[in-house]
Design a binder for this molecule. Sequence first.
Ligand code: IMP
Length: 192
Amino acid sequence: MKKLVFATNNAHKLDEIRAILGDKIEVLSLKDIQCDADIPETAATLEGNAILKAEYIFQHYGLDCFADDTGLEVEALNGAPGVYSARYAGGNGHDSEANMRKLLAELQGETNRKARFRTCICLIEGGEKHLFEGIVNGSIIEEKHGTSGFGYDPVFVPQGYEQTFAELGNEIKNCISHRARAVEELCKYLNR
Ligand code: IMP
């Protein structure tokens, strides 16, 4: 069976992609290949970070692999927080409460609430790079609603819905999300 390393240790992301690819492709995590390196994510774009992570694995392990990077892009903030979504409020990052507080403060009084989540995936197969993208459009509401999901989910309402990702729950979110769409594009290519 064909093997592919996914440059992540995020169990949720691994489950999601293994479910889609079924038994056609064996997806290995960083742990599975004994990689505990802190892979650099220093690029200025989502595409750049996905490429950096995939190239790291290919250069160090010589294995076919893919990596992803996601950001929230807010129109009135010229695409911010974008590639800096995890560390928008500063510090070591991943403080979702602080990130959402900063976002709502930046958008206070702003009538254009349009935003989108964008995921980029870089696949390296036989030394060749391929990029895939998934986007979900929506808007940022004025205060947090809901408790499921993670990151900016409580303030993001996807287009065509009245509730936030955090209210809609994972089942609906995973059908329409940026990540689901990018993974779908990757899988279409792999299953070609
Ligand atoms: P990553 O590239 O998947 O690690 O995502 C980077 C950052 O974007 C995360 O730390 C979150 O702040 C935000 N993010 C990514 N995906 C989502 C999502 O599905 N919902 C809400 N926030 C997200």
